[in-house]
Write a new protein. Structure first.
Length: 275
């Protein structure tokens, strides 16, 4: 029985239908699951946190290759399937909660080598990833399936339409890389868009030195909130005097007519540190 047939069998057995509200699309290509395990470098030293395990297709492979798998699932119907399917595995733990309400630090601090590997629910991808990063969990890496356009935004470069506030945030905390392209016909039910697997290697230290991290992110948010605005006008909208803006930009040799999408993370850091 291949993975597509297995998925259809499980869905039929439990009379289950994918919940679109919860962004449920089940991966039915076993080769891609094997690639995820390989690229995430899952080994017997690792404790894996899997968010939104669904029917457990990825979970099954993780259990074979990792020391332990901690699955976090919100949908009670899914949880029942997972409990029955993996009841004999002593390295499987299920947390039946909304991941955004789980104290992940309490979990992570118990283990030496923790990685996140998951096919994330698409409707809540960015909030989940930012929770993992902003809480500064002791994670080695995060390897997740996301919509392709989201992955492209995470890995974008300045002067591109994909480049935005989320790009800088992701690159501040991690080194992102798209490692697998996943066309939409690899899912059941088939979503409307293609996907990709992105690996985020968590940085030990950020790539820029900041005087005030909160102000740095406020500056980025203001810069990208109205992309057509020049950096000069974006800074003015934060209540900074025009004279101060002029002096800082001249000092840093940054053209005041540039927009946020033209500036690197380092330039944003320089502006923030001099304001």
């Amino acid at each position: 029985m291949n993975l597509r047939e297995e998925t259809e069998f499980i869905l039929k057995k439990y009379g289950f239908r994918a919940n679109k509200k919860l962004g449920q699309n089940f991966l039915i290509n076993e080769e891609i699951i094997d690639q995820i395990i390989e690229k995430a470098d899952v080994n017997k030293n690792d404790t894996i946190i899997e968010i939104g395990p669904g029917l457990g297709s990825l979970t099954a492979k993780l259990l074979e290759n990792a020391n332990k798998v901690i699955a976090i699932e919100l949908d009670s119907n899914m949880s029942n399937i997972l409990k029955e399917r993996f009841c004999l595995y002593d390295n499987f733990e299920l947390i039946e909660k909304d991941v955004l309400k789980v104290d992940l630090n309490e979990i992570v601090e118990k283990y030496d080598s923790v990685k996140v590997v998951a096919n994330l629910p698409y409707y809540i991808t960015t909030p989940i990833i930012m929770k993992l990063l902003e809480e500064r969990l002791k994670l080695k890496s995060i390897t997740v399936m996301v919509q392709k356009e989201v992955g492209e935004r995470f890995c974008a470069v300045p002067n591109s339409k994909e480049y935005g506030a989320i790009t800088i945030s992701i690159n501040y905390y991690t080194k992102p890389e798209i490692i697998i392209d996943v066309p939409k016909d690899n899912f059941e039910p088939m979503p409307e868009v293609d996907s990709c697997v992105i690996k985020l290697d968590v940085r030990d230290v950020p790539p820029v030195d900041l005087k005030n991290e909160k102000e740095f992110f406020n500056l980025i948010k203001a810069g990208f909130s109205q992309r057509r605005k020049t950096i000069n006008n974006s800074l003015a909208s934060m209540g900074i005097s025009k004279e101060k803006i002029k002096n800082v930009l001249e000092k840093l040799s940054i053209d005041s007519k540039l927009r946020a999408e033209n500036l690197t993370m380092e330039q944003f850091a320089d502006i923030s540190n001099n304001m």
